[in-house]
Design a protein around this ligand. Structure first.
Ligand SMILES: Nc1ncnc2c1ncn2[C@@H]1O[C@H](COP(=O)(O)OP(=O)(O)OP(=O)(O)O)[C@@H](O)[C@H]1O
Length: 282
Protein backbone atom coordinates (compact mmCIF):
# COMPACT_ATOMS: atom_id res chain seq x y z
CA UNK A 1 0.00 0.00 0.00
CA UNK A 2 1.12 3.54 -0.78
CA UNK A 3 3.01 5.39 1.95
CA UNK A 4 1.66 8.89 2.53
CA UNK A 5 4.39 9.75 5.05
CA UNK A 6 7.94 8.39 5.11
CA UNK A 7 10.46 9.40 7.73
CA UNK A 8 14.04 8.15 7.89
CA UNK A 9 16.70 9.03 10.46
CA UNK A 10 14.90 12.19 11.53
CA UNK A 11 16.81 14.30 14.02
CA UNK A 12 15.70 17.63 15.44
CA UNK A 13 17.73 19.65 17.87
CA UNK A 14 16.98 22.97 19.51
CA UNK A 15 20.44 24.18 20.55
CA UNK A 16 21.78 21.47 22.87
CA UNK A 17 18.37 19.85 23.28
CA UNK A 18 17.80 16.79 21.08
CA UNK A 19 14.01 16.78 20.66
CA UNK A 20 13.95 13.93 18.10
CA UNK A 21 16.69 11.30 17.91
CA UNK A 22 16.89 9.23 14.75
CA UNK A 23 13.19 8.67 14.25
CA UNK A 24 12.00 6.25 11.52
CA UNK A 25 8.42 5.44 10.55
CA UNK A 26 5.95 5.45 7.71
CA UNK A 27 2.21 5.97 7.42
CA UNK A 28 0.14 4.15 4.82
CA UNK A 29 -2.70 5.73 2.87
CA UNK A 30 -5.97 5.41 4.80
CA UNK A 31 -4.41 4.76 8.20
CA UNK A 32 -5.06 6.63 11.42
CA UNK A 33 -1.77 6.86 13.27
CA UNK A 34 -1.30 8.08 16.82
CA UNK A 35 1.87 9.34 18.47
CA UNK A 36 1.39 8.74 22.16
CA UNK A 37 3.79 10.29 24.63
CA UNK A 38 4.10 12.46 27.72
CA UNK A 39 4.72 16.19 27.70
CA UNK A 40 8.06 17.04 26.09
CA UNK A 41 8.47 13.70 24.28
CA UNK A 42 8.57 15.37 20.84
CA UNK A 43 4.99 14.99 19.56
CA UNK A 44 4.44 18.61 18.50
CA UNK A 45 7.93 18.82 17.03
CA UNK A 46 7.13 15.77 14.86
CA UNK A 47 3.88 17.33 13.60
CA UNK A 48 5.57 20.65 12.91
CA UNK A 49 8.25 18.93 10.84
CA UNK A 50 5.69 16.83 8.97
CA UNK A 51 3.75 19.99 8.09
CA UNK A 52 6.84 21.98 7.04
CA UNK A 53 6.48 24.45 9.91
CA UNK A 54 9.89 23.41 11.27
CA UNK A 55 12.93 22.21 9.33
CA UNK A 56 14.54 18.93 10.41
CA UNK A 57 18.14 19.07 11.64
CA UNK A 58 18.88 15.85 9.72
CA UNK A 59 17.05 13.02 8.02
CA UNK A 60 14.68 12.41 5.14
CA UNK A 61 11.02 13.37 5.51
CA UNK A 62 8.58 12.75 2.68
CA UNK A 63 4.89 13.54 2.49
CA UNK A 64 2.86 12.38 -0.55
CA UNK A 65 6.15 10.95 -1.84
CA UNK A 66 7.87 14.34 -2.01
CA UNK A 67 10.36 16.10 0.29
CA UNK A 68 8.39 17.78 3.04
CA UNK A 69 9.38 21.32 2.10
CA UNK A 70 7.29 20.93 -1.08
CA UNK A 71 4.26 21.29 1.20
CA UNK A 72 4.90 25.00 1.05
CA UNK A 73 3.48 24.81 -2.46
CA UNK A 74 -0.19 25.92 -2.16
CA UNK A 75 -1.42 23.04 -4.36
CA UNK A 76 0.11 20.50 -1.95
CA UNK A 77 -0.95 22.50 1.10
CA UNK A 78 -4.57 22.14 0.03
CA UNK A 79 -4.27 18.38 0.39
CA UNK A 80 -3.54 18.62 4.09
CA UNK A 81 -5.41 19.84 7.15
CA UNK A 82 -3.69 20.93 10.36
CA UNK A 83 -4.89 21.39 13.90
CA UNK A 84 -2.24 22.70 16.28
CA UNK A 85 -2.34 24.68 19.50
CA UNK A 86 -1.70 27.85 17.54
CA UNK A 87 -5.31 28.48 16.53
CA UNK A 88 -4.77 31.43 14.16
CA UNK A 89 -8.46 32.33 14.47
CA UNK A 90 -9.58 35.93 14.10
CA UNK A 91 -11.06 36.80 17.48
CA UNK A 92 -13.35 39.57 16.28
CA UNK A 93 -14.81 37.61 13.39
CA UNK A 94 -17.68 35.19 13.81
CA UNK A 95 -17.26 31.45 13.62
CA UNK A 96 -18.85 31.43 10.13
CA UNK A 97 -16.64 34.27 8.86
CA UNK A 98 -13.48 32.60 10.18
CA UNK A 99 -14.40 29.40 8.37
CA UNK A 100 -15.55 31.36 5.31
CA UNK A 101 -12.08 32.88 4.93
CA UNK A 102 -10.54 29.41 4.90
CA UNK A 103 -13.18 28.04 2.54
CA UNK A 104 -12.24 30.81 0.08
CA UNK A 105 -8.52 30.22 0.60
CA UNK A 106 -8.89 26.51 -0.10
CA UNK A 107 -11.39 27.02 -2.93
CA UNK A 108 -13.97 25.03 -0.96
CA UNK A 109 -17.70 25.57 -1.29
CA UNK A 110 -19.06 27.56 1.64
CA UNK A 111 -21.83 25.03 2.19
CA UNK A 112 -19.14 22.66 3.59
CA UNK A 113 -19.06 24.97 6.62
CA UNK A 114 -22.44 23.59 7.70
CA UNK A 115 -21.15 19.97 7.65
CA UNK A 116 -17.89 20.85 9.39
CA UNK A 117 -19.71 22.71 12.18
CA UNK A 118 -22.10 19.82 12.61
CA UNK A 119 -19.20 17.41 13.02
CA UNK A 120 -17.73 19.48 15.84
CA UNK A 121 -21.09 20.13 17.55
CA UNK A 122 -21.13 23.86 16.83
CA UNK A 123 -24.30 24.09 14.76
CA UNK A 124 -26.14 27.23 15.90
CA UNK A 125 -22.96 29.04 17.00
CA UNK A 126 -22.09 30.37 13.52
CA UNK A 127 -22.83 34.01 14.33
CA UNK A 128 -20.84 34.20 17.57
CA UNK A 129 -17.56 36.11 17.48
CA UNK A 130 -14.67 33.78 18.29
CA UNK A 131 -13.64 35.94 21.28
CA UNK A 132 -16.88 34.95 23.03
CA UNK A 133 -16.20 31.22 22.76
CA UNK A 134 -14.82 28.94 25.46
CA UNK A 135 -11.41 27.28 25.01
CA UNK A 136 -13.05 23.99 24.05
CA UNK A 137 -15.34 25.72 21.52
CA UNK A 138 -12.34 27.47 19.94
CA UNK A 139 -10.60 24.12 19.67
CA UNK A 140 -13.66 22.78 17.88
CA UNK A 141 -13.67 25.74 15.45
CA UNK A 142 -10.02 25.07 14.59
CA UNK A 143 -10.88 21.42 14.06
CA UNK A 144 -13.77 22.42 11.76
CA UNK A 145 -11.31 24.59 9.86
CA UNK A 146 -8.82 21.72 9.54
CA UNK A 147 -11.42 19.40 7.98
CA UNK A 148 -13.31 21.99 5.93
CA UNK A 149 -11.65 21.08 2.64
CA UNK A 150 -11.80 17.30 3.22
CA UNK A 151 -8.01 16.94 3.21
CA UNK A 152 -6.26 13.78 2.02
CA UNK A 153 -4.04 13.99 5.10
CA UNK A 154 -5.07 15.45 8.44
CA UNK A 155 -2.63 16.35 11.25
CA UNK A 156 -4.12 16.77 14.70
CA UNK A 157 -1.99 17.87 17.63
CA UNK A 158 -3.89 16.79 20.76
CA UNK A 159 -7.29 17.25 19.09
CA UNK A 160 -9.45 16.82 22.18
CA UNK A 161 -7.19 18.16 24.93
CA UNK A 162 -9.62 20.93 25.94
CA UNK A 163 -12.84 19.01 25.39
CA UNK A 164 -15.35 17.36 27.71
CA UNK A 165 -16.15 13.64 27.31
CA UNK A 166 -19.35 14.17 25.29
CA UNK A 167 -17.66 16.41 22.72
CA UNK A 168 -14.62 14.14 22.66
CA UNK A 169 -16.84 11.17 21.82
CA UNK A 170 -18.65 13.04 19.04
CA UNK A 171 -15.39 14.27 17.55
CA UNK A 172 -13.97 10.76 17.61
CA UNK A 173 -17.02 9.59 15.66
CA UNK A 174 -16.54 12.43 13.16
CA UNK A 175 -12.86 11.57 12.71
CA UNK A 176 -13.68 7.91 12.13
CA UNK A 177 -16.20 8.94 9.48
CA UNK A 178 -13.65 11.21 7.80
CA UNK A 179 -11.14 8.36 7.84
CA UNK A 180 -13.68 5.96 6.31
CA UNK A 181 -14.23 8.55 3.56
CA UNK A 182 -10.51 8.39 2.72
CA UNK A 183 -8.62 10.87 4.91
CA UNK A 184 -5.34 9.60 6.37
CA UNK A 185 -5.00 10.89 9.94
CA UNK A 186 -1.86 11.55 11.99
CA UNK A 187 -2.56 12.60 15.54
CA UNK A 188 -0.68 13.17 18.74
CA UNK A 189 -2.13 12.58 22.15
CA UNK A 190 -1.22 11.78 25.71
CA UNK A 191 -4.62 10.14 26.13
CA UNK A 192 -4.23 6.40 25.66
CA UNK A 193 -7.99 5.91 25.38
CA UNK A 194 -8.03 8.30 22.45
CA UNK A 195 -5.18 6.39 20.83
CA UNK A 196 -6.94 3.05 21.32
CA UNK A 197 -10.28 4.31 20.09
CA UNK A 198 -9.04 6.00 16.93
CA UNK A 199 -5.75 4.54 15.78
CA UNK A 200 -4.86 1.65 13.50
CA UNK A 201 -1.29 1.88 14.79
CA UNK A 202 0.22 3.70 17.73
CA UNK A 203 3.79 4.87 18.28
CA UNK A 204 5.08 5.21 21.84
CA UNK A 205 7.24 8.32 21.80
CA UNK A 206 9.55 8.78 24.75
CA UNK A 207 12.24 11.42 25.04
CA UNK A 208 12.46 11.90 21.27
CA UNK A 209 12.55 8.19 20.40
CA UNK A 210 9.95 5.73 19.15
CA UNK A 211 10.01 2.83 21.60
CA UNK A 212 7.22 0.78 20.01
CA UNK A 213 5.03 1.18 16.94
CA UNK A 214 2.24 -1.33 16.35
CA UNK A 215 -1.51 -1.90 16.44
CA UNK A 216 -3.15 -1.30 19.85
CA UNK A 217 -4.05 -5.00 19.93
CA UNK A 218 -0.46 -6.17 19.33
CA UNK A 219 0.85 -3.67 21.87
CA UNK A 220 -1.50 -4.99 24.52
CA UNK A 221 -0.45 -8.58 23.75
CA UNK A 222 3.12 -7.66 24.73
CA UNK A 223 2.01 -7.67 28.32
CA UNK A 224 0.97 -11.31 28.25
CA UNK A 225 -2.39 -12.78 29.18
CA UNK A 226 -4.52 -10.66 31.51
CA UNK A 227 -5.36 -11.94 35.00
CA UNK A 228 -8.99 -12.39 36.05
CA UNK A 229 -10.56 -10.75 39.09
CA UNK A 230 -13.55 -12.16 40.89
CA UNK A 231 -15.68 -10.00 43.19
CA UNK A 232 -17.35 -12.05 45.92
CA UNK A 233 -20.59 -11.31 47.72
CA UNK A 234 -18.66 -10.44 50.89
CA UNK A 235 -16.94 -7.72 48.74
CA UNK A 236 -13.58 -9.52 48.68
CA UNK A 237 -11.75 -9.41 45.36
CA UNK A 238 -9.77 -12.50 44.35
CA UNK A 239 -7.39 -12.35 41.38
CA UNK A 240 -6.49 -15.55 39.52
CA UNK A 241 -4.32 -16.50 36.55
CA UNK A 242 -6.08 -17.48 33.30
CA UNK A 243 -5.17 -21.18 33.70
CA UNK A 244 -6.69 -24.46 34.99
CA UNK A 245 -6.15 -23.52 38.65
CA UNK A 246 -7.81 -20.16 38.06
CA UNK A 247 -10.76 -21.82 36.30
CA UNK A 248 -11.16 -24.29 39.19
CA UNK A 249 -11.12 -21.47 41.75
CA UNK A 250 -13.76 -19.54 39.80
CA UNK A 251 -15.90 -22.73 39.49
CA UNK A 252 -15.75 -23.21 43.27
CA UNK A 253 -16.91 -19.62 43.89
CA UNK A 254 -19.77 -20.15 41.44
CA UNK A 255 -20.84 -23.45 42.98
CA UNK A 256 -20.80 -22.04 46.51
CA UNK A 257 -22.89 -19.07 45.39
CA UNK A 258 -20.23 -16.60 46.61
CA UNK A 259 -19.50 -15.07 43.21
CA UNK A 260 -20.82 -11.62 42.33
CA UNK A 261 -18.89 -10.54 39.18
CA UNK A 262 -15.92 -11.63 37.05
CA UNK A 263 -13.77 -9.37 34.96
CA UNK A 264 -10.60 -9.68 32.97
CA UNK A 265 -7.82 -7.21 33.86
CA UNK A 266 -6.97 -6.13 30.32
CA UNK A 267 -3.79 -4.07 30.33
CA UNK A 268 -4.17 -0.59 28.88
CA UNK A 269 -1.74 1.15 26.57
CA UNK A 270 -1.07 3.46 29.50
CA UNK A 271 0.06 0.49 31.63
CA UNK A 272 2.32 -0.71 28.84
CA UNK A 273 3.76 2.76 28.33
CA UNK A 274 4.74 2.96 31.99
CA UNK A 275 6.21 -0.55 31.81
CA UNK A 276 8.27 0.26 28.71
CA UNK A 277 9.48 3.71 29.63
CA UNK A 278 9.08 4.07 33.37
CA UNK A 279 7.18 7.26 32.60
CA UNK A 280 3.52 8.15 32.95
CA UNK A 281 1.62 9.59 29.99
CA UNK A 282 0.21 12.63 31.75
N1 LIG B 1 11.28 26.09 19.83
C1 LIG B 1 11.90 25.35 20.75
N2 LIG B 1 13.05 25.75 21.32
C2 LIG B 1 13.69 24.99 22.24
N3 LIG B 1 13.25 23.79 22.67
C3 LIG B 1 12.10 23.34 22.13
C4 LIG B 1 11.36 24.09 21.15
N4 LIG B 1 10.27 23.37 20.81
C5 LIG B 1 10.31 22.22 21.55
N5 LIG B 1 11.41 22.21 22.33
C6 LIG B 1 11.82 21.12 23.25
O1 LIG B 1 11.77 19.89 22.53
C7 LIG B 1 11.22 18.85 23.35
C8 LIG B 1 9.98 18.28 22.66
O2 LIG B 1 8.95 19.26 22.67
P1 LIG B 1 7.52 19.01 22.03
O3 LIG B 1 6.77 20.30 22.09
O4 LIG B 1 7.68 18.38 20.69
O5 LIG B 1 6.90 17.94 23.04
P2 LIG B 1 5.40 17.38 23.12
O6 LIG B 1 5.53 15.90 23.22
O7 LIG B 1 4.57 17.92 22.02
O8 LIG B 1 4.92 17.95 24.52
P3 LIG B 1 3.44 18.49 24.98
O9 LIG B 1 2.58 17.26 25.17
O10 LIG B 1 3.71 19.20 26.26
O11 LIG B 1 2.94 19.40 23.90
C9 LIG B 1 10.93 19.49 24.70
O12 LIG B 1 12.02 19.25 25.54
C10 LIG B 1 10.82 20.96 24.39
O13 LIG B 1 11.19 21.73 25.50
Amino acid sequence: MENIIEVHNLVKSFGNKLALKDVDFSVRKGETIGFLGPSGSGKTTTIKILTAQLAPTAGDVRVFGKPVHSLKDPAEMKRIGILTDNSGLYDRLTVADNLGLYADLYGTERKRIVDALEMVNLTGEEKKPVQKLSKGMKQRVTLARAILHKPDLLFLDEPTSALDPANTRDIHEGLKELNRAGTTIFLTTHDMEEAESLCDRVAFLDDGEIRLFDTPQNLRMLQGRPTISVLLKDRRTVTVEPDADGAAAIARFMESGELLTIHSNEPTLGDLFVQMTGRKLA
